[in-house]
Design a protein around this ligand. Sequence first.
Ligand SMILES: C[S@@+](CC[C@H](N)C(=O)[O-])C[C@H]1O[C@@H](n2cnc3c(N)ncnc32)[C@H](O)[C@@H]1O
Length: 243
Amino acid sequence: MNRMEFWTPDMISFMKDAALKTEYFKVLARRVRSLCPDATTVCDAGCGTGELSLQLSNLFENVIGADLSKDAIDSLRQEACKRGIDNIRAVNCNLLKDSPESVAGSLKPDVMVFSFFGRVSQAFEIARRFGCQKAVIVKRAYTFHRFSLTGVPIDNDISFREELKSLTGSYQEEEFEVEFGQPFRSVEDALRFFEIYSRDTDRSVLTIQNIEKLLEKTGDSEFPFYLRKNRKCLLILADTGGK
Ligand SMILES: C[S@@+](CC[C@H](N)C(=O)[O-])C[C@H]1O[C@@H](n2cnc3c(N)ncnc32)[C@H](O)[C@@H]1O
C-alpha cells in the first residue's frame, strides 16, 4: 500500500520520539473523540506503532489497534504495558483480508479511524466488512514533502472527494494544523532520519551541514535538536453504510 508498511527499528524509534515530544497525537485523538461523542469502541486501522491508539485509550472505553506490521504492533504492546494501559487490543493483521472476529474479538467498533491509510475506497471496504457505520479518515492537506530539502511536491490524491461522493451521501470534513516536528538525540541522528524519509532525488544535499541548519537547539539533554514542522491534515467523518 505504501512504504510505511515496513517499520524498521529506526522508524519506530523516530516515531516514538516525535509522539513523546509533540502534542500531535493528543490533538488528533481529541478531534476524533469530538467527531464521535457517543462511540464506545474505536478501531485505529493501520495504527502503525499505535501512538494515536495510546491517546485514544484515554478517551474511549475500548481501542483496537490493528496493523500489518508485527514490529509496529509489538512496539504498541510494549508501550501500553509500560504505561499500564489495559483497554487496547493490539492486533497484527491484514485488515483487507482477515475476518472482523479475528481482529476485533468480542468487540465491535463504533468507529474506525484510518489515519494515512491507503485509499478512501479501501477504508469503506474495511469499515463495511466490520459492520462499522462511521469512519474517520485522516489525509494530508499539505502539498510539499515535509522532510525533503529541495521542495519536493507531493503527488496528492485529488480524486478522493469524487471517490467519497460515489461511496456515501453523508460526510463532513475539517482541516486542522498542529505542530508535529521531530526531536533528535544528535545531528547524526537527524541525518539518518533524512536518509530514511527524504524524497530528494539529489541525495548529495543530505549532508550534516545542510541538515544542522534546519535544526533548533533545545537545551534538552536527551533531545538537544529539534526540527520544527507543522502538519496540516484533513479530517473526514463519513457514514460508510456499514451495519
Ligand atoms: C502511513 S502508515 C500510518 C500509520 C498511522 N496510522 C499514522 O497515522 O501514523 C500506514 C500504516 O498502515 C498499515 N497497513 C497498510 N496496509 C494494511 C492492511 N492491509 N492491514 C493492516 N494495516 C495495514 C501499515 O503497516 C502502516 O503502519
